[in-house]
Write a protein that binds this ligand. Structure first.
Ligand code: NAD
Length: 270
């Protein structure tokens, strides 16, 4: 079942991420994911594979409205005119018409332009150029700034989130403001899959560690975008219908939080 964004746009809960997948490799990887049943693809200007993602979606035989495509504005394109030009270039590379979701990739507070950039994204949405607009890697202070200025909350904040970095305070802020949390590196880039708590839960239920972690995310109510280029794993990560965690499993995973990032601190990214 889809998540409903605060602007009414439905967004699949589980999507396919393509960070560090080349433009060439994106075509078979996204094709495998769409054939397996994924209906959300998460790309970005930074990933250099918008062209391959668009080609795979076009070749899939699926109706355009049945695939949710997210892309993101890179850090060098903050500011009114630069943001618009970056958006148009992404649309051109994707070749899919209006993207479903456009995100500011990082707030880059040292540039001091994310408020202005957010206003431009709202204009693009009002012009019907994109269905929904949101942010990524925004901390509470950055969200407060754009809310104060525009009075409009992003529909989504895509942030690093996995059992070692559970982001409780940020998730509570999102809930208060109707912002959907979407977890990037939901598997902690593979690190959490070797955790003895996770492997023990997986063994008890006869499922994989990745399935335990992805079910945990879905039970918390947010979106996830795991990445793999291995067809069997691509399918495994979507095959969660029979994975059921109990209260004890949840309590044990809750205990794994250690505030540990695999990626950058959003306040420090320029
Ligand atoms: P992830 O947590 O999804 O981990 C991916 C890695 O886990 C894979 O490379 C593989 O080694 C392993 N893996 C995946 N499925 C597995 C399985 N079933 N069994 C065993 N191992 C498995 O990490 P990620 O790729 O960093 O994040 C996912 C997506 O999030 C990215 O592709 C991208 O779309 C997005 N992302 C966004 C940002 C951002 O700043 N907004 C940053 C990083 C990633």
């Amino acid at each position: 079942m889809d998540l409903r964004l605060h602007d009414g746009v439905p967004m699949p809960r589980l999507g396919f991420g393509v960070y560090k997948v080349s433009d060439e490799d994106a075509v078979p990887a996204v094709s495998t994911a769409l054939a397996a049943g994924y209906r959300l693809v998460d790309t970005a200007r930074l990933y250099g594979n918008e062209h391959g993602v668009g080609a795979a979606v076009r070749a899939s035989g699926l109706a355009r409205e049945d695939v949710f495509v997210t892309t993101k504005l890179w850090n060098d394109a903050h500011g009114t005119g630069a943001a618009r030009a970056a958006f148009e270039a992404s649309v051109e590379r994707l070749g899919l018409g209006a993207p479903d979701l456009y995100l500011i990739h990082w707030p880059c507070p040292s540039r001091g332009l994310y408020v202005q950039t957010w206003r431009e994204l709202l204009r693009l949405r009002d012009e019907g150029r994109v269905r929904s607009v949101g942010v990524s890697n925004f901390q509470i202070a950055h969200l407060e700034q754009i809310l104060d200025d525009s009075g409009q909350a992003p529909t989504v904040n895509q942030v690093e989130l996995h059992p070692y970095l559970q982001q409780r305070e940020l998730r509570a802020f999102h809930a208060e403001h109707g912002i959907v949390t979407q977890a990037w590196s939901p598997l902690g880039r593979g690190t959490v899959l070797r955790d003895p708590v996770i492997t023990a839960i997986a063994a008890r239920h006869g499922v994989s560690s990745a399935q335990v972690v992805l079910r945990w995310h879905l039970d918390l109510g947010h979106g996830v975008i795991p990445k793999s280029v291995t067809p069997a794993r691509i399918r495994e990560n979507l095959d969660l219908a029979d994975v059921v965690l109990d209260a004890d499993d949840h309590a044990r995973i809750a205990g794994l939080d250690r505030g540990q990032r695999t990626g950058s601190d959003p306040d420090e990214v320029a």
